[in-house]
Design a binder for this molecule. Structure first.
Ligand code: GLU
Length: 304
């Protein structure tokens, strides 16, 4: 089986020191698996409200400056809406997606009535108000019937293994609730788009930042509901900002400087050390990358 990995940045800004770590890790993981393995780049611009169209090209040129070159032309999610529509139709046909008419205020009020202040990572845990019908409200979103799917499947908890973090489990219905697949007349949700794309691109290995680990159980449920394979997962350590949170534009991440070969090499060297690889004395990005491949293989056990 051809191993396929991918880097899937959202073009909300240029690459920074944190996102370079995920890019480098997914690239090394593919290269460590032998000459036939392929590394793809997917620009995750499905959330048109947050993404800046020009940033996709900026990210691709930053990657190229670091000698991180995809093996196929990059894919853009905004060109793939029809694929997400097909997946949503399939879930609707299986009665695993339902329209929801709740505003944030409606959800807060429903949670207050239930006597629970139920949020997870700042997001409201949906109490299932529209599960049995819209109650004369207009649809604002489509949700995945996670609660129902978990009830009918033999496993109420989603179990999965992370190659770095070890065994994980989550009760999606209880901890997250029926999550959004698409906002009505609005963008496709990350969870659906990422599952459809990983499946259609034949991705076997997802390597991405640890902040995304919490999404994995949701994505595994969707994979099962859509009848597509579950890839292997590895979540990489996060680069933290001065406030101790994940480095991001909001807490001061500056755009990756890779304008000269020396800058690109220095940025890669810092990213490699975040991943537990040794600092390099190589003279170019390409040489440094070649040095790190066997180190990555030893650390993360990805055999060719
Ligand atoms: N587009 C997501 C992000 O940039 C990453 C998605 C993924 O790797 O699954 O945060």
């Amino acid at each position: 089986m051809t191993r396929i990995g991918r880097f899937a940045p959202s073009p909300t800004g240029p690459l920074h020191a944190g996102s370079l770590v995920a890019a480098l890790a997914s690239w090394l993981d593919v290269r460590a698996q032998g000459p036939d393995a392929r590394w793809l780049v997917r620009i995750e611009d499905a959330d048109t409200e947050r993404c800046l169209p020009a940033m996709g090209e900026v990210i691709l040129s930053q990657l190229a400056a670091c000698a991180l070159l995809p093996d196929e032309p990059p894919v853009w999610q905004t060109q793939r809406a029809h694929r997400y529509e097909v997946a949503l139709d399939k879930l609707k046909a299986a009665a695993l997606a339902y329209p929801c008419g709740c505003s944030r205020k409606d959800i807060d009020e429903a949670l207050a009535r239930l006597g629970v202040a139920h949020t997870r990572h700042g997001e409201r845990v949906y109490p299932g108000t529209c599960r049995d019908g819209l109650h004369a409200k207009a649809a604002r979103a489509w949700r995945f019937a996670a609660t129902k799917f978990q009830q009918v499947s033999a496993e109420p908890l989603v179990h999965w293994h992370d190659r770095r973090l070890g065994d994980q489990q989550q009760d999606v219905a209880h901890e997250v609730g029926d999550f959004v697949l698409k906002r009505a007349d609005g963008p496709w949700a990350y969870q659906l788009a990422v599952v459809v794309d990983d499946a259609e691109q034949g991705v076997t290995d997802v390597v991405r930042g640890e902040d995304l680990a919490d999404n994995t159980a949701r994505q595994i449920l969707l994979q099962r509901a859509l009848g597509v394979p579950t890839p292997r997962y590895l979540h990489t350590p996060l680069v933290l900002g001065p406030d101790g949170d994940k480095l991001s534009k909001q807490n001061g991440a500056t755009a990756l400087q890779a304008g000269t070969p020396a800058e690109a090499l220095a940025a890669l060297d810092a990213a490699a050390q975040q991943l537990g690889l040794r600092a390099t004395n190589a003279g170019s990005a390409t040489e440094a990358l070649a040095e790190w491949v066997p180190q990555w293989r030893d650390l993360y056990n990805s055999r060719p």
